[in-house]
Design a protein around this ligand. Structure first.
Ligand SMILES: *Cc1c(COP(=O)(O)O)cnc(C)c1O
Length: 239
């Protein structure tokens, strides 16, 4: 094994142990939680190694980096998740490789995704990104729609050709009433998911929890955790 493969294998094993322990503590089956490795800022060679180590879900947050990486890794059995703020002029590119877009937060983006998915003959799974710290504008600093905007956006996704409504995504807020209260934030997400599933029973994905707070997300009931740093290492610079 190369040094990098060894390093990623050790890190993955630690993350796997944390997820398993969190599931056990919550009385959940390990299979109820899917690990998504966030590979942003890391090279395609790392994605390839992760695939060799058994990772099946990866996530990226910038199309400029993700598009060439996904192209280089198109021979691998991977599911690609897009988790970053998405401009409509990038939608055509993203639809080319993303199986799931987790950052759906406005109607204009839904329309663009639908048009491009139909054009490409693809079905794109959409998660509504929820901003639990949304201000008066109804939107979060880092994207996302306020809880009271979920239903309308979900309805629009559900009736848009080429799109499938998969569930909800959030990032634990750094400000507002949930700052520093990750478990409470993720429990609120589960309540919002319950509401969503009344109208859309199949939209059962709840994507929450990152390297620092995956235990709280699993405890609350998340179905998907998005882990970057704990697997790949601390990112240099922005990301
Ligand atoms: C970077 C990122 C992650 C992973 O964060 P880590 O703290 O590195 O685990 C998860 N979700 C989103 C939306 C991200 O941008």
């Amino acid at each position: 094994m190369t040094d990098r493969k060894e390093e990623l294998a050790v890190n993955l094993a630690k993350v796997e142990e944390r997820i398993a322990a969190a599931c056990a503590a919550a009385g959940r089956k390990r299979e109820e939680v899917t690990l998504i490795v966030v590979t942003k800022t890391y090279p395609a060679s790392d994605v390839r190694v992760l695939s060799e180590l058994g990772v099946r879900h990866v996530a990226e947050n910038r199309d400029q980096d993700a598009a060439p990486k996904a192209a280089e890794c198109s021979d691998l059995p991977l599911t690609w998740h897009f988790v970053g703020q998405l401009q409509t002029n990038k939608v055509r590119s993203v639809v080319g490789y993303a199986d799931h877009v987790q950052s759906v937060d406005r109607s204009r983006l839904v329309t663009a995704l639908s048009n491009e998915a139909v054009r490409a003959g693809r079905e794109v799974g959409c998660l509504i990104q929820v901003a639990l710290d949304a201000g008066a504008s109804g939107r979060g600093e880092r994207g996302g729609v306020a809880p009271d905007g979920i239903a309308e956006l979900a309805e629009l996704v559900a009736r848009s050709p080429g799109l499938r409504l998969d569930g909800l995504m959030t990032v634990a807020p750094l400000a507002g009433e949930y700052a520093g209260r990750e478990l409470a934030a993720f429990e609120r997400m589960m309540d919002l998911s319950t509401d969503l599933r009344r109208a859309h029973p199949a939209a059962n994905m709840v994507s929450a929890g990152m390297s620092a707070d995956l235990e709280q997300a699993v405890a609350a009931g998340a179905t998907h955790v998005r882990v970057g740093t704990a697997v790949l290492g601390v990112r240099a610079g922005l990301g």
